[in-house]
Design a binder for this molecule. Structure first.
Ligand SMILES: Cc1ncc(COP(=O)(O)O)c(C=O)c1O
Length: 409
């Protein structure tokens, strides 16, 4: 195992990179490395069965599932029995919000933020509407992209039942002071639901240190297959009664899972966690310790790429960068003068550079920034990007200086 971040080794494990594109679209989903592809294929090749059977293939699925709960717990600093699997963070957040809202009464309050992805806003707003609860909004500073934690002292009251906040904006990257916000929630007995979908691939995560009662993340953002998890303390989950089938297990966390889990994909998630644990460090210690060391190296590596990206874009007078928070995930959100974001993305695609355009479901954020409905261009670094990816993006954007105007749509 290497001591430092070895980008050539990392890139070699991603077959998709062989197409020569600069994949700067990781915030919408990363590529998948060989060990993850192999783990999924191996599960199918070996034979899996549904849970609870008397035969070996069923027991293999049980082992895959148990291993995966522990792997995810190690990734975020939770406990295995508090790991809930689901098809997506959006689906899980709807599930948890309806279970929580059963205990809300008219006049109770929930706090959401305009910095968040809509998946950590709308499920809470709709659940609050049904319960007759009041929704209070935390605002981010449009000039800086910061989400001041201090405002929560006013937003949170003795009637607050839940505070939903992101650990990192999937558009402008802002990393709010979640620990401070969660402490304000906790002081009145409110729960804190943290959207870790964008944060998890970019930094070491410790949900206890964040003060997260619930931590949500999607494996497809960190080298895994398309499924998601919410992690919480089993004792907290015991207090909730989600809708479930009569014969399905009622113990925690199973009562939150609907139908049969994708066992082969769970094998892939475990392999993805092992992958994240192996970028750097000595290889010694528990998996949790390896993850923390490895993700610290990832953060450092990605932030160096991000500085290069930001400096390059900031030097272009035809580019407007949105957000400049002090602590950010390595994700840039920008507009090019006179060009619709889609036109910029199409131009970059013609240069082999993959970026995203639109609101990226940061719907409230785009309204606040006056970017509705076309949004902006999003380019972000993940662990398999390198300097040449950034340079190709910068030269592609530089070509657009003085480009003939296409109306913003
Ligand atoms: C910050 C953030 N939260 C939530 C989501 C929704 O995740 P999922 O696609 O798993 O529902 C995304 C997806 O892009 C995201 O970036």
């Amino acid at each position: 195992m290497s001591q430092t971040f070895d980008i050539s080794r990392v890139r070699a494990s991603y077959p998709a990179l062989a197409d020569g594109c600069a994949y700067l679209d990781g915030a919408a989903g990363t590529q998948v490395p060989v060990p993850v592809i192999d783990a999924i294929a191996a599960a199918y090749r070996r034979g899996i069965g549904n849970l609870g059977g008397a035969f070996a293939a069923s027991k293999r699925s049980e082992a895959i599932e148990a291993d995966c709960r522990q792997a995810v717990a190690d990734l975020v600093g939770g406990v295995a029995d508090g790991v809930i699997f689901g098809p997506s963070m959006t689906a899980l957040t709807y599930r948890i919000s309806s279970a929580l809202a059963r205990g809300w009464a008219s006049g109770d309050e929930v706090v959401v933020s305009r910095l968040d992805h809509d998946a950590n806003i709308r499920p809470w707003v709709q659940a609050a509407e049904r319960a007759g609860a009041v929704v209070r909004w935390a605002e981010f500073d449009a000039a800086t992209g910061e989400l001041p934690a201090g405002q929560y002292a006013d937003l949170v009251t003795p009637r607050t039942r839940l505070v939903a906040v992101t650990a990192a904006s999937n558009a402008i990257g802002t990393r709010p002071d979640v620990a401070a916000i969660a402490a304000i929630a906790r002081a009145v007995g409110a729960l804190c639901y943290v959207d870790g979908v964008h944060a998890t691939p970019h930094m070491p995560v410790d949900m206890a240190a964040l003060g997260a009662d619930f931590y949500a993340t999607s494996a497809y953002k960190w080298a895994g297959p398309h499924l998601a998890v919410v992690v919480a303390a089993p004792a907290l989950l015991e207090t909730l009664r989600p809708d479930k089938l009569q014969p399905s297990p009622n113990d925690v966390p199973y009562r939150f899972e609907r139908g049969t889990l994708p066992f082969a994909d769970l094998a892939g998630v475990t392999a993805a966690v092992e992958h994240l644990a192996g970028f750097a460090g000595t290889g010694a210690g528990t998996r949790r310790e390896r993850i923390l060391a490895s993700m610290a190296a990832v953060e450092e590596y990605e932030m160096a790429l991000f500085e290069r990206l930001l400096a390059g874009l900031a030097a272009m007078s035809h580019v407007t960068l949105h957000g400049k928070a002090a602590r950010r995930a390595p994700t840039a959100f920008f507009s090019v003068a006179g060009l619709a974001p889609r036109a910029v993305a199409e131009h970059l695609s013609s240069r082999g550079v993959n970026v995203w355009n639109g609101n990226n479901y940061a719907y409230e954020l785009c309204q606040v920034l006056g970017l509705h409905p076309a949004g902006a261009v999003r380019a972000g670094a993940v662990h398999y990007n390198d300097d040449s990816d950034i340079d190709r993006l910068l030269s592609g954007v530089a070509e657009l200086a003085g480009a003939p105007g296409t109306l913003h749509r």
